[in-house]
Design a protein. Structure first.
Length: 498
């Protein structure tokens, strides 16, 4: 993906050398339950025993190894079935960039698949930091982490109940999806027309799982077009995402140079793609700069083309990279545009900001404070105005049910005209987890009004029903607050006449 040659014609000698270099720069942290005859001997002989650390009756062993010293057991369901979740994290200026957001998403994804992580976030963070620090001591400092949690070891059937406790491994290595020259020149995109993005009722894109076969098929389909990345369409033909990154389309109306509000930065709704961490950062940059932002459910491939357009991709490993061509047609004037360059400069700035990550040398007592300062304990309060409502809908649209407690009080009531009230946080949480008929969607807010006691908002909701039908309707919410959280919420939906 980092070169312009066909993926099937890569030089075998060059590929072999690259993999050997990668191995020499990699350390792997591994933690798994002890199962006689299956747990790798190297882990038993050189790892550390953890007595019933998973709370499920299994003894565990953990340790850090070179890649050729350890292996994932052949009966691991992450290997056999892709039954696993992961996060990719960049290391910049001796800090785990956006670690808080990554670790929170990892636990949220595992929770959706009911995979138990046998460490609390602070303990897992300590294990990861120990591993990364070890790479620096060995003279091969890692710049990228791939943290994976699998269902664990099981038999040759898919039933989760037949698996042992989860297996965790963290690869501390390096990654470069694109050479630096392409950030200046821009990449070429291909449009995948046969392999489509799975709909959210088939596989929720907010679960960051190790099942990437659909994306790989899209890449294979497009590989002979001499492209750097492939765009995937939804079942209805709208643009969803690239095979590994989020997509943005910039539209510059006449006079945009004097009036930045005439710039619109649009990205597909989160029902079509992973609600990426870098994606959210870029949306916030755009709002700060005064651009209009839109999370859109109806972006067509043709919307990427035209003299007034810019297109770029975002992702943890890729950062922000401009695209200059789609299926042989120029995007804009065929060179990276000023909006993309400006947004990338802000991302580069934040990568260098010590406040945006966790130090590799954070002391044990500092880690819980860092984690608590983030998404769960540090969520906006009603006194912070519209950000409180905007963040609440971001949690709902991202299906991050564990974070609802930041916004909803324990004794809250949720009223929807025509339905029985939902009383109590636990009842509301059960509704979202088990009963809600919406498969995916995005709340597009037109207006938010707030005061110290309550508030209201209104806008559109665009998404999909679990039965596959499309939703596009207006809504309004009203709120009453108590102790910094919602005490009463009322939702109203205005469906168009049929």
């Amino acid at each position: 993906m980092a070169t312009e040659v066909n993926v099937y014609s890569l030089d075998e000698t060059s590929t072999l050398k690259q993999l050997e270099n990668l191995a020499s720069e990699t350390t792997v942290f591994l933690s798994m339950p002890y199962i006689r005859g299956l747990t790798p001997r190297a882990l038993l002989e050189r790892g550390q025993k953890e007595i019933s650390a998973d709370g499920q009756g299994f003894d565990r062993y953990s340790g850090a190894f070179r890649p050729d010293e350890i292996g994932i057991p052949i009966f691991d369901h992450g290997l056999l079935y892709g039954d696993a979740v992961f996060e990719g994290i960049v290391i910049c200026h001796e800090r785990l960039f956006k670690w808080r957001e990554h670790i929170h998403r990892l636990y949220a994804s595992a929770d959706r698949l009911r995979i138990h992580i046998p460490y609390d976030p602070a303990t897992l963070t300590e294990r990861v930091l120990e591993t990364v620090r070890g790479t620096s001591e060995a003279g091969r400092a890692a710049t990228y982490l791939r943290l994976v949690v699998t269902r664990g070891i099981g038999d040759l059937g898919i039933q989760p109940a037949k698996c042992s406790s989860s297996v965790i491994y963290c690869i501390a290595s390096k990654i470069q999806l694109y050479p630096e020259s392409l950030y200046d020149r821009g990449i070429k995109l291909a449009l995948c027309r046969t392999t489509r993005r799975s709909s959210p009722d088939i596989l929720d894109p907010q679960i960051k799982s190790c099942n990437y076969l659909n994306n790989i098929l899209a890449w294979i389909e497009s590989a002979d077009q001499g492209c750097h990345e492939a765009l995937m369409l939804t079942q209805n033909g709208y643009v969803g995402e690239a095979t590994t990154d989020n997509l943005f389309v910039v539209t510059k109306a006449p006079g945009w140079e004097e009036d930045v509000s005439r710039v619109t930065v649009a990205t597909p709704v989160s029902g079509y793609c992973l609600n990426g961490i870098t994606r959210n950062m870029v949306l916030e940059y755009a709002r700060t700069l005064g651009y209009q932002t839109e999370e859109c459910a109806t972006i067509l491939p043709s919307d990427l083309l035209g003299a007034d357009k810019e297109v770029f991709l975002t992702g943890t490993a890729a950062g922000l990279i401009p695209a200059i061509m789609l299926n042989g047609q120029l995007i804009g004037d065929g060179i990276p545009g000023p909006v993309a360059r400006k947004l990338r400069s802000l991302l580069t700035r934040d990568l260098q900001d010590p406040e945006m990550g966790l130090s590799l040398y954070a002391r044990e007592k500092e880690i819980p404070a860092y984690l608590q300062a983030g998404s769960r304990a540090g969520a906006p309060s009603p006194s912070q105005g519209s950000d409180f409502v905007r963040e609440m809908f971001k949690v709902i649209d991202g299906r991050d049910w564990a974070s609802l407690e930041n916004f909803f009080g324990k004794s809250m009531t949720y009223e929807r005209p025509g339905y029985a009230p939902l009383v109590g946080y636990d009842r509301v949480l059960h509704f979202y987890r088990e009963e809600r008929v919406i498969a995916s969607g995005q709340h597009l807010l037109d207006e938010i009004v707030m005061n110290s006691d309550g508030g209201a908002c209104w806008g559109r909701f665009v998404g999909e029903h679990k039965n596959g039908s499309h939703i596009d309707e207006k809504f309004a919410d009203t709120y009453k607050f108590e102790d910094g959280k919602i005490k009463l919420r009322r939702s109203y939906f205005f469906r168009p006449a049929v």
